[in-house]
Design a protein around this ligand. Structure first.
Ligand code: FAD
Length: 284
C-alpha cells in the first residue's frame, strides 16, 4: 500500500487547487480520480477570473498539469472505498490501495437516485446504500447489488467476503468484470411487505432477497459520507469554514459541499482545504 500525507479524491478544480497548497507546502500529495466530472463535461467556461473563454476539458487538463508541476502525483482510477485505518485512512480504487493521513473529498455533485420501483418504499427496510455500514446484518443471506460498474463489483466483493450470497442486478447492462451470479434482466420493481421481499423482473419472475444494495455508477460523495459517517445536508457533505467535515482528517471541497456550483467557488474551497490540511498535518 503506497503512503501519502494527503489524498484528494477527484481531479477537478477543487482537488487540483487544494493540491497546489499541500504539495507546495511540502506534503506528499496524491490526486486519484477520473477524466470525468462537471468541469470535464462543460463545453465552455466563460466566467473564470483572468481566463479567456476556454473549454471545460482544456481547463481540467491545465489544472492537473499545474498540480503535477508542483509535485502532486496523479492516478487515473475510480475510488470505490474509503475506510479508517490506524493513523489515517485507507483509500481503495479499482486499481490499487493507498494510505493517507488526511483525505479531501472533491468528487463533484452527487448523482441522483436510480429510477427503480419500490426504492423509496423499502429504503432502510432492506434497501441499503452502503455495504460496509449494513452488510453485517445480512450475513449468510441472499442479497442483491444494483449496478454494473467497478463500484457495484466492489460492494459485491465486500458482501461476499462477509458471507452474503450476492447476485449483481445490472438492469440490462454488462458488468465491467464478470461476477458469478449476475442477473441481466431488467427489474420491474422491488417488492415486499413491511420489509423488502425481493426483486420482480421484467418477465414477472420474483427473486427473493433480504437486501438490495444500491451501487449505481461511480461512488459519489454521499456514498463515501455513509461509508465513513460524515454529516450531510441532503446530498451535500457538511463542512465548516475550514472545509473540515465532522470526521477529523477528512475535508471536502467544491460541488460536493453544495452552495454555488461554479469553478471559482470550487477553486476557492480547494485553496481553503489545502491550507487547512497543511495546518492539520503539522499537528500530527
Ligand atoms: C455543462 C456544464 C457547464 C458548466 N459551465 C460552467 C461555467 O461556465 N462556469 C463555471 O464557473 N462553472 C460551470 N459549471 C460548473 C463547474 O463545472 C463546477 O462547479 C466545477 O467543475 C466543480 O468542481 P469540482 O472539483 O467540485 O467537481 P468536478 O469538476 O465535478 O470534478 C469532480 C472530480 O471527481 C471525480 N470523481 C467523482 N467520483 C469519483 C470516484 N468515485 N473516484 C474517483 N474520482 C471520482 C471526477 O471524475 C472528477 O475528476 C458547469 C458545469 C456543467 C456540467
Amino acid at each position: 500500500m503506497k503512503n501519502y500525507d494527503v489524498i484528494a479524491v477527484g481531479l477537478g478544480p477543487a482537488a487540483c487547487s487544494a493540491a497546489l497548497y499541500t504539495a507546495m507546502g511540502g506534503y506528499k500529495t496524491l490526486l486519484v480520480g477520473q477524466a470525468a466530472g462537471s468541469l470535464y463535461k462543460a463545453e465552455k467556461i466563460v466566467n473564470f477570473y483572468g481566463q479567456e473563454v476556454i473549454s471545460g476539458k482544456e481547463l481540467f487538463e491545465k489544472g492537473i498539469s499545474r498540480a503535477k508541476e508542483v509535485g502532486a502525483e496523479v492516478e487515473y482510477a475510480q475510488v470505490v472505498e474509503i475506510a479508517y485505518e490506524e493513523g489515517g485512512f485507507k483509500v481503495k480504487s479499482d486499481k490499487s490501495e493507498y494510505f493517507a493521513k488526511a483525505v479531501l473529498l472533491a468528487t463533484g455533485a452527487a448523482r441522483g437516485k436510480p429510477k427503480l420501483g419500490g426504492l423509496s418504499e423499502f429504503d432502510g427496510k432492506g434497501v441499503s446504500w452502503c455495504a460496509v455500514c449494513d452488510g453485517f446484518f445480512y450475513r449468510k443471506k441472499k442479497v442483491g447489488v444494483y449496478g454494473a460498474g467497478q463500484y457495484a463489483l466492489g460492494e459485491a466483493k465486500y458482501l461476499s467476503g462477509i458471507g452474503c450470497d450476492v447476485t449483481v442486478f445490472t438492469d440490462g447492462r454488462e458488468t465491467d468484470e464478470p461476477w458469478e451470479k449476475t442477473e441481466k434482466r431488467k427489474i420491474r420493481t422491488l417488492y415486499g411487505g413491511d420489509l423488502l421481499g425481493g426483486a420482480e423482473l421484467e418477465d414477472g419472475e420474483q427473486i427473493p432477497l433480504s437486501a438490495m444494495f444500491i451501487a449505481e455508477g461511480v461512488a459519489s460523495s454521499s456514498d463515501f459520507a455513509k461509508m465513513i459517517g460524515l454529516e450531510t445536508d441532503g446530498n451535500y457533505i457538511k463542512i465548516d469554514a475550514r472545509c473540515a467535515t465532522n470526521c477529523r482528517g477528512i475535508y471536502a471541497a467544491g460541488d460536493c459541499t453544495g452552495g454555488l456550483l461554479q469553478v471559482a467557488k470550487a477553486v476557492g474551497d480547494g485553496a481553503v482545504a489545502g491550507v487547512e490540511i497543511c495546518k492539520y498535518l503539522k499537528t500530527l
